[in-house]
Structures are given as C-alpha cells and as structure tokens.
Ligand binder design. Structure first.
Ligand code: KG4
Ligand code: ZN
Length: 343
C-alpha cells in the first residue's frame, strides 16, 4: 500500500511517501527552529502559521522526490495527537480534505506510536519489547506486544527528558533546542565537576522526574562565583547529561528485567543523544539485552514514522472517520480505539 503521511504536531512540518509501511520513498522535513529559537522555545501560534505555509509545497516536493503522482497514493496517515492543537489541526484538516477529494482511506496516528514503531522502517525487531519514548514532550516506558498493543509501565511525573535538556540549555545561555547542543558540549566537559541528583531512582516504580534535577542545575549555576565560562558550561552540560542518562538507563533496565523482556527500543528526539546511545548499548551488551535505536533522522519528528502503524491499521480495514479531530492530550493505550472498526 502506497501511503502519504503527514506530521505537524510541534515545530516541524513533515511529509513522507512510504510503501507497505516499510520502504521510505521520501521523508521531507521543514524545520521551524530558526523562527522559534529567538523566543527560546516553540511559540504555538507561529508554529501553526508556519505549518500552513509549508504543507502544500512540502506535499508536492515529497511526491516528486518519491517519483509518484497523487493519484497513485492509496491511503493517508496524519498525526492526530498529542501535540500543539493549532499545529495538529493544520495536518489533520489538510489530510482529511486530501483523502476526501481522492476518495482514499485516512488514518489518524498517535505521535508516540509513530516514534516507537519507527525502528521497523530500518530493522527487524520481534515483539514483545520494551520501548522508552524520550522526546520534548514525553518520557514514557511501554511494554509493546504488537502494533496497537501497548501497556504503560511508567512515565515522567513532571518534565519530559527533552524539555529538561532544553531548559538546562536555556539556563546555560545556549540556544533552542538545547538537547543537541548539550550533547555536543558534554563531550568537551568534565562530568565530575558536580553530581546532580538522580530523582526517583530509589522508588520501586518505573516513573521519572526531571523537574528537581533541572532545579539542582539552576541552584548550582547560581552558587557559582565568577563568570560562566565556556569550560564551566561544558562541565555542567556533561554532569547534567550524565545524571539524565543514568536515570533513564537504570529505570529502563529495571523495567526490562521486571517484564522479562530481552529487547529494548529507544525512540524520540532524545534518542539522538550520543551519550545515551553509547550507555544503553554498553549496558545492553553486558546484560545480554538487544538495544535498538532508529537512525537520528527517524528519532526526531518526521512523517515516515507514521507509516508503520498506518499501514498495519489500514490493511486491516481500520479507518478514521470524516469527523476525525486533532487531540492535544491522548494516551497511547487508547490510540487504536478511535477507529471505526475494532481491531
Ligand atoms: O521527538 P522530537 O523531535 O519532538 C517531540 O516530539 O518532542 O524531540 C525533540 C526533543 C527536544 O527536546 C530536543 O532538545 C531533544 O529532543 N533532542 C536531544 C537531542 N536531539 C534532540 N536531546 C538530547 N540530545 C540530543 N542529541
Ligand atoms: Zn516527537
């Protein structure tokens, strides 16, 4: 099945053409980072406006790169939520109108479901597995028994990991989004300059908390006398990143053991982090667990990632109805239940 997929949940407009939920023919992304960077974070109204401007030319470009015409497209997938409501609405409205005019089926996909399943575009991973979804808006641990079959094991009780990276970067006077900058600076810093707390590690559950860790970084910065030199910024970046990775790693490894799962998939923008990738791979190797990371382009927001779930649902006859609406909050475990056909 040849699918056109559209993602507009945050600050990236993305359109892809994917065959059979596996073969990426095009996967284009228009980033709005430059527009939001000067405000230090995403401005929702600006995001919606940029999506509106980007979406039509991006669909044309994606079809052209894939070498297919609109008439060859057999189904459309769009991110239904969660995300910024105004941003989501641009993609959902566009996708509904296009599907209606072409008389082809439409399916609304959960953003995190897209992130988690992106790995199947590149590698064979057998179910069941443990999925750690770490992005700017999410830090969730799921047991994945199949497409559409998710059990939530734990989640952040406050900030998402990516949000913490971005906020710490802001405290250090770095640009937005801060995650990739902290990642780069951490390689030049000395993490032993300070030990930040590892919240929730003593709790026997799989929840996370990043708010306190972020406040400790602020308190530490305020306690420093003298200038925040480049070296100090690099050292704090390294120490914060080490603490964040430590918590993510330890909770994930514990959850894998608890659930008796030997495969771990790490997904979402923070899964681009080089330290995180290294630490997870090395812990996985020492515990005889297989750890899977999508390539960085498929970790951060993109549209191709929607195709794995969309192809699966559409092939089984599931359809989103014409009254499909965007939802800013939407638990993943309810994702499959909005279809007109129960799966
Ligand atoms: O998945 P994503 O592109 O969008 C959301 O769904 O949120 O994730 C974006 C988040 C941002 O917070 C960004 O700072 C973080 O992922 N991020 C990183 C890295 N690359 C992106 N965080 C740490 N290290 C990175 N290399
Ligand atoms: Zn995302």
């Amino acid at each position: 099945m040849l699918l056109l997929t559209i993602e507009s949940s945050c600050d990236e407009t993305a359109v892809a053409v994917v065959r059979d939920g596996r073969e990426i023919l095009s996967n284009l992304i228009v980033s709005q980072i430059d527009i939001h960077a000067r405000f230090g974070g995403v401005v929702p109204e600006l995001a919606s406006r940029q999506h509106l401007q980007a979406i039509c030319p991006l669909v044309d470009a994606s079809l052209e790169e894939a070498g297919v015409s609109l008439e060859q497209i057999e189904g459309i997938a769009v991110t239904r939520g969660p995300g910024l409501i105004g941003a989501l609405l641009v993609g959902v409205s566009y996708a509904k109108a296009l599907a209606f005019s072409l008389k082809i089926p439409l399916v609304g996909v959960h953003h995190i479901e897209g992130h988690i399943l992106a790995i199947h575009l590149e590698q064979e991973v057998a179910f069941p597995y443990l999925a750690l979804a770490v992005s700017g808006g999410h830090t969730h641990l799921f047991r994945v028994d199949g497409i559409g079959d998710y059990a939530l094991l734990g989640r952040t009780i406050d900030d998402a990991a990516g949000e913490a990276f971005d906020k710490v970067a802001k405290m250090l006077g770095l640009s937005y989004p801060g995650g990739p900058i902290i990642d780069r600076l951490a390689t030049k810093g000395d993490a032993s300059c300070v030990r930040f707390p590892r919240p929730m590690l003593k709790k026997p559950n799989f929840d996370f908390s990043f708010s306190g860790m972020k406040t400790s970084v602020l308190t530490y910065i305020e306690s420093l006398s003298g200038e925040l030199t480049e070296q100090r910024v690099a050292d704090i970046s390294a120490a914060f990143q080490e603490a964040a990775i430590d918590v993510l790693l330890q909770k994930t490894m514990r959850a894998a053991q608890d659930q008796n799962l030997s495969r771990i998939v790490v997904a979402g923008g923070v899964a681009c982090n080089s330290g995180l990738r290294r630490e997870f791979q090395s812990a996985g190797a020492s515990k005889q667990l297989d750890v899977y990371f999508p390539s960085p382009l498929l970790c951060s927001d993109n549209a191709a990632m929607l195709a794995v779930a969309a192809d699966h649902y559409l092939q089984r006859g599931a359809r989103s109805a014409a009254d499909l609406n965007a939802v800013s909050n939407w638990p993943l475990v309810e994702a499959a239940s909005h279809f007109s056909l129960s799966l």
